[in-house]
Design a protein around this ligand. Structure first.
Ligand SMILES: *Cc1c(COP(=O)(O)O)cnc(C)c1O
Length: 479
């Protein structure tokens, strides 16, 4: 299997090479040359596998340049009881009462209590492996306001040939987020608290990544949500959730048994993995995109018109990991929509650059008929009401992102079709809104008791590019 660019200007490259890059060399996004197809019999043969072995099967269709034994070892290391609290890795839990027919797919059993661990834990293994093979090192530089940074640090801590330089705005993260990141003691993890806001951190990262000479000299890179390693690892739980749901279906009816998914979405990474799983042959009926007040994607799926917004037009909401103004991964869906034609894609993106908007409304009926997409929006009041009603109806506490999902899932659930909502974070990360909705105080999970008391390691720095350069230059790892 080789990988190509949506814009058509990149030599086909193998999986372990594209893992180490962000954008394709021509500015497009990397996609598989062809989407591997799996038959109903093949999926059925995976039913008895545990999560790590299922991951090996699915990822071996994409990482064809990695020997299967190596891949199996990486999947076992990533999806182990050391990293995930629930022994199933991804528990699938039905809701009750008025929400009968809706289940939660638990993607937040990992070290940072959110779904990014699902992909990052595998990527940490795969990056270490690919760097070793290519005799390279990688110094990850990133800016975080909380969640992405911690998932990267927990996945890359202690890995050979990798260091992480994570910038965060001083005094602007929650006590929990600070404790989670700053309590790490690994030599290759560097937390830098910048005197400024998140945008200042991001501008520093952009300045250094944009300096190609500095970037090459210190082997800088990123692991953001467009990384295809992440997208491929996320496909696994769509198959897993389908298998666990159809465990209860009569054998004769399983093969074509359809389920629907609702996905709390931001950068369109998570749901894109569902789109690929469906394209591979998994019987998915609907992929329902749930947005919060930053509903640029809901607008796209309802009207066919995509109009990215500016940072200034982006609201700070109570489901902050979905606060986006444009969706980096959408280009991969549009590539499929345009018949995987790089010239049409490039022309569309030129129009977007020139006019700030692009109109696919002529293709709108295909969004649902061919690809199964539906979408909806949820507000703060919806989140509060949903957290409350799920607690009352099912006795389950959910986080605000999952609540956006449940709110929209209820609008699209169909009789006889299981609706699976991806649970993207644990409520313990967002105790205030849970308290507002239910009067319940969610405590820290048992295995994290004591986290807040651990000593913290962080370097405080002015919003000063020269100081940051020095810091990285003296601490970057090399082969
Ligand atoms: C990142 C994140 C999302 C959004 O996922 P995308 O892949 O960007 O669409 C939703 N919920 C939580 C808790 C997240 O951390």
């Amino acid at each position: 299997m080789k990988y190509i660019s949506t814009r058509g200007g990149m030599e086909p490259a193998p999986y372990s090479a594209i893992l180490l890059e962000g954008l394709a060399t021509d500015g497009g996004l990397v996609v598989p040359e062809t989407v591997p197809q799996v038959s109903a019999e093949q999926i059925e043969a995976w039913r008895s596998l545990d999560y790590a072995d299922l991951a090996t099967e699915i990822l071996s269709l994409y990482a064809t340049d990695i020997p299967r034994d190596d891949l199996a070892r990486m999947c076992r290391a990533a999806y182990s009881a050391d990293n995930f609290v629930d022994e199933a890795i991804v528990p699938v839990s039905p809701l009750a009462g008025p929400d009968t027919g809706i289940s939660l797919v638990g993607l937040s059993e990992g070290p940072t209590l959110a779904f990014k661990d699902m992909a990052m834990q595998f990527l940490g293994q795969a990056l270490e492996y690919a760097l070793e093979k290519n005799d390279r090192a990688l110094n990850i530089i990133g800016a975080t306001s909380g969640d992405t940074g911690s998932a990267a640090e927990y996945a890359l801590r202690g890995k050979h040939g990798i260091a992480v330089f994570m910038l965060s705005p001083q005094g602007r993260m929650s006590e929990f987020q600070r404790a989670q990141m700053y309590s790490l003691t690994d030599d290759n993890i560097h937390n830098i608290a910048v005197a400024g806001v998140f945008d200042d951190c991001q501008n520093l990262v952009k300045a250094l990544s944009g300096d190609l000479e500095f970037k090459r000299a210190h082997e800088l890179g990123t692991v953001n949500s467009i990384n295809l390693g992440r997208i491929s690892a996320q496909m696994v739980y769509y198959f897993w959730a389908w298998l666990r749901t159809t465990d209860a279906v009569a054998e004769a009816e399983r093969a074509a048994f359809e389920v629907s998914f609702t996905v709390p979405s931001g950068n369109f990474g998570n749901i894109l993995s569902g789109h690929l799983a469906k394209a591979m042959g998994l019987p998915i009926r609907r992929l329902v995109l749930a947005a919060n007040e930053n509903n640029v994607l809901d607008e796209f799926f309802r009207t066919g018109v995509y109009t990215p917004r500016t940072a200034a037009e982006t609201h700070a909401t109570s489901s902050p990991s979905m606060d986006i103004s444009k969706a980096s991964n959408l280009e991969r869906f549009v590539f499929d929509l345009l018949g995987r034609d790089p010239e049409r894609l490039a022309a569309a993106w030129r129009e977007l650059d020139e006019t700030g908007s692009i109109d696919f409304s002529a293709d709108l009926p295909r969004f649902e008929a061919e690809f199964g997409f539906q979408s909806g929006t949820s507000t703060h009041a919806d989140r509060v009401a949903t957290i409350r009603s799920v607690f009352e109806g099912s006795g389950v506490l959910i986080d605000p992102h999952t609540a956006d999902g449940v709110k929209v899932a209820r609008e699209y659930a169909e009789p006889g079709v299981p609706m699976l909502v991806l649970e993207t974070a644990k409520p313990a990360k967002f105790p205030d809104i849970v308290l507002e909705a239910t009067g319940e105080r969610v405590g820290m999970p048992e295995h994290l008791a004591g986290l807040l008391e651990l000593p913290q390691h962080v370097t405080e720095m002015d919003d000063d590019e020269a100081e940051l350069r020095d810091f990285i230059a003296t601490r970057a790892v090399h082969r």
